[in-house]
Design a protein around this ligand. Structure first.
Ligand SMILES: Cc1cc2nc3c(=O)[nH]c(=O)nc-3n(C[C@H](O)[C@H](O)[C@H](O)COP(=O)(O)OP(=O)(O)OC[C@H]3O[C@@H](n4cnc5c(N)ncnc54)[C@H](O)[C@@H]3O)c2cc1C
Length: 503
């Protein structure tokens, strides 16, 4: 059923919702006419459904990209369905397209699906081109001497740094005019569904975030100008503007890691002031390295989001206390820094890295709740929810993962607050009912004398909860519980992913 006589290329967009440094779009544009498709494939078994906050982001990101592409009459077709092969094949036929291009994804479900679709399309004489895009170092390029995956971060990152520099970003594609390629099969129902899902969300994300490529570039520029230089000293401070805030943009591919990598390196080598301290540059690149590393781990260990990497942790059989879990989710634990983080997450869909570590440690070690429950909650609330990054970091906090925090490291929510939010700025921002407390008590209101509480209009147990567990006792219980894992610490063997690419 071909209505267009001009052959064209179909570009399958996934986590690459941008024009700049998009290799698939760049090469397809050089070839001639093109159409683009995004498949909303929520109901596939084996695939984690998109979290609530990410649905909101996805909808706005697609809308923004569709507007950009429409300037060149390039349709962005949004389809939904489980069977990506059939959807793509129908589109290829209907647009008389003889080639399909996409940027590679590395999450196990996507990677295996894509390999199988590539094989099937090639058998139908469709030209298939795929490109490296999401990561600076593809998971199969970093290996141990024996050819296996690298489990220790420092070894992983040193190996990455010993390789040639990641490629330079591609320019914005030079699109040829698309007169013959008007959208014929856009599905308003899918758009409506996405819009509804994103509207049904109780969070206030629109007050904090603007998805889209333009915003991503402007965040990067502002980070380089204002915060990169002090990144080494200040990135752990609990004020959001000390880090790049690029995580959701990187997750949805509104900016590429290549663009970020080369932009920060360029800024630090450029002669113009302000010069960037080399320690800050190194540390920022190391942060990008953690992203690479988690992708590498998930690729080789697909069970990472569900199962403890170290089997001895599976045997702990921690029970979920629903009341404690709910107090944590709602930011009512009685520990101000934990509660401030959890409330920020529920409203703004984000939390600084230091705080993610504190609240994760609190859930697992103070409340003895399995890390998977925290991972699930983050998954639904984070606007940067990423399967690899989330799973790895939760397992890190539990001590059950590769390169994890030792089981005896229990973050102290009082001293962590005092160290990283010394003036109580962050707690006051997210827990206004504590705002009038003096700094000396802002991270431990239960120690404030009754006159101080009264003056600050606080009634513990009424206007703000008392601690749901005592730190000292909870720490001791955690050490005794997690100490059981000391005896046997067996890391798993890597995934028998038969499709691992050899290069
Ligand atoms: C329990 C827990 C869960 C997490 N879940 C996620 C998640 O779902 N998605 C996510 O993007 N990050 C996650 N992180 C990592 C980290 O907290 C965020 O990447 C970071 O806070 C994002 O802020 P930023 O963009 O300003 O980071 P910056 O400090 O500016 O760092 C730049 C980029 O490096 C990467 N990065 C930095 N730290 C880490 C890290 N520890 N692990 C992996 N990548 C890192 C991110 O892509 C980030 O955007 C989690 C951390 C913890 C402790």
């Amino acid at each position: 059923m071909s209505s267009s006589k001009i052959p064209c290329t179909l570009v399958w967009l996934r986590q690459d919702l941008r024009l700049i440094d998009n290799p698939a779009l760049f090469h397809a544009a050089k070839r001639g006419q093109l159409i683009t498709v995004y498949i909303f494939d929520e109901d596939c078994s084996g695939k984690r459904r998109t979290g609530q906050a990410c649905l909101w982001w996805l909808y706005h990101s697609l809308k923004s990209l569709r507007n950009q592409l429409s300037q060149w009459n390039i349709p962005l077709i949004v389809k939904s369905g489980k069977d990506a092969f059939t959807i793509l094949k129908e589109l290829l036929d209907s647009y008389n397209a003889d080639a399909i291009y996409w940027n590679r994804c590395y999450e196990p479900f996507e990677y295996n699906r894509d390999c199988s679709i590539e094989e099937k399309l090639k058998m139908e004489n469709v030209t298939v081109e795929t490109y490296q895009d999401r990561v600076l170092f593809e998971p199969w390029t970093i290996k141990t001497a024996k050819g296996g995956p690298v489990q220790i971060y420092v070894h992983f990152w040193n190996q990455c740094l010993s390789l040639p520099q990641p490629r330079k970003p591609y320019d914005k594609p030079k699109f040829k005019n698309q007169t013959g390629c008007q959208s014929k099969c856009d599905e308003p129902a899918v758009w409506q569904r996405l819009a509804k899902l994103s509207q049904d969300m109780p969070m206030k994300l629109q007050d904090f975030w603007h998805p889209g490529e333009e915003q991503a570039i402007s965040k990067l520029k502002s980070f380089i100008k204002n915060s990169l230089n002090a990144y080494a000293e200040k990135s752990q401070c609990l004020r959001l503007n000390t880090t790049s805030n690029l995580s959701p943009y990187l997750h949805f591919g509104e900016i590429s890691p290549f663009t970020v990598w080369h932009s920060v390196r360029h800024a630090s080598s450029s002669a113009e002031p302000p010069a960037v301290k080399s320690e800050s540059l190194k540390q920022y690149l190391r942060s990008l390295g953690w992203r690479e590393y988690t992708c590498h781990l998930l690729f080789h260990y697909p069970d990472l989001p569900q199962k403890c990497f170290r089997s001895s942790f599976e045997q702990l059989k921690l029970q979920v206390d629903p009341v404690k879990l709910q107090s944590w989710q709602q930011g009512n634990t009685g520990y101000p820094v934990v509660d401030a983080g959890m409330r920020q997450l529920s409203v703004a869909g984000i939390m600084p890295n230091r705080l993610r570590m504190i609240v994760a440690s609190f859930l697992i070690k103070h409340l003895l709740v399995p890390w998977q429950k925290g991972e699930e909650w983050f998954w639904s609330k984070l606007i940067d929810a990423d399967l690899a990054q989330n799973a790895f970091n939760w397992q890190w906090a539990a001590g059950s993962g590769p390169n994890a925090c030792p089981y005896f490291r229990v973050f102290n929510p009082i001293t962590q607050g005092e160290k990283f939010d010394a003036d109580g700025y962050y707690v006051r921002k997210w827990i206004p009912e504590l705002a009038a407390l003096p700094n000396a008590y802002i991270h431990k209101p239960w120690e404030a004398p009754s006159t101080v509480l009264k003056k600050a209009n606080i009634v513990l147990g009424k206007t703000y909860p008392r601690p749901i567990v005592q730190h000292k006792a909870a720490r001791e219980l955690a050490l005794a519980t997690f100490g059981q894992t000391k005896r046997k610490q067996e890391p798993p063997t890597s995934n028998s992913n038969k499709r691992v690419k050899e290069e």
